[in-house]
Design a binder for this molecule. Structure first.
Ligand SMILES: [Zn+2]
Ligand SMILES: [Zn+2]
Length: 269
């Protein structure tokens, strides 16, 4: 089985623990054939929410070249980015991307609520009532809709992300089933633009998004699925990707996508 992991973070991310070379080494040990490094490139600074347009591309390129030199003969290593919070400023997002090298793959992600909710970071969601969760989920969907309307990235990352933190911080297993019309609206914008959808294996917390949401994307004509572990440590590189490949194959998916210079390469599920 040809295995690729298209979402992982190196020390070029504020919360990364491994260099790109160490990620590559771990991927080889786990039997992967391909990885894409997707460090956080954000339009706001973490926790202070200040606007930013800087990213240390020189360090990213240095680490990428080192990983290629050490492991490039045994592993296909792509350079990507996880573009965070473009919906807060498309102008800053474009500056961030234009100031770096040509990337193979860009994930578009929403981690923070809109300005209306003080760009609240979903990782701080706590236990609350329905109205509390609904406020953040509806705002999340609005930010995601805005992001796909702009659309200058290759796949939407961890759709339904607030569920990760509702689960981790409040111990609740919610779904987005009651917001399926909003999800369909997002897909109706993504699909004609050729924007892919990521299955994020979520470090074992259940796939983001859920299998029925991935299926809806396909039923509406979406064809581009990518797999990502969202690993920040060696433990999670490639985590559960073989399992979810099998789940999606049984659910009727024939192909998944890898990327080179922004172009999808389809491989058998
Ligand atoms: Zn993310
Ligand atoms: Zn990530």
């Amino acid at each position: 089985m040809y295995l690729g992991d298209y979402h992982m973070h190196s020390t070029c991310s504020p919360d990364g623990n491994l260099t790109m070379a160490q990620l590559a080494q771990s991927a080889i040990e786990k039997g992967l054939q391909e990885i894409c490094i997707t460090d956080h490139v954000d339009t706001i600074r973490w926790f202070t929410f200040e606007p930013r347009t800087d990213f240390d591309w020189a360090e990213a390129q240095r680490q990428y070249e080192e990983a290629q030199r050490l492991y490039g003969d045994r592993l296909t290593i792509r350079l990507g980015a996880e573009l965070g919070e473009a919906a807060l400023s498309f102008e800053r997002a474009e500056i961030l991307l234009q100031s770096g090298p040509a990337l193979d793959y860009v994930i578009g992600s929403v981690h923070n609520a809109s300005e209306k909710l003080n760009t609240f970071d979903y990782c701080f969601i706590e236990k609350g009532d329905d109205a509390y969760y609904n406020t953040y989920i509806e705002d999340y969907l609005a930010q995601t809709r805005k992001l796909v309307g702009w659309g200058k990235f290759h796949a939407l990352g961890h759709l339904t992300l607030p569920l990760r933190y509702i689960r981790n911080n409040a111990g609740l297993e919610l779904t987005f089933d009651r917001w399926m019309d909003r999800i369909e609206d997002i897909f109706s914008v993504m699909i004609p633009k050729g924007i892919g959808l990521e299955l994020n294996t979520n470090r074992g917390g259940g796939p983001l998004p859920a299998i029925n949401i991935l299926r809806r994307y396909r039923e509406m004509g979406g064809e581009i699925i990518t797999f990502g572990s969202d690993a920040h440590t060696a433990e999670y590189v490639g985590f559960q990707i073989p399992h979810y490949r099998q789940v999606l194959r049984q659910d009727g998916w024939k192909y998944f996508a890898a990327f080179e210079k922004g172009e999808p390469i389809f491989r058998e599920m």
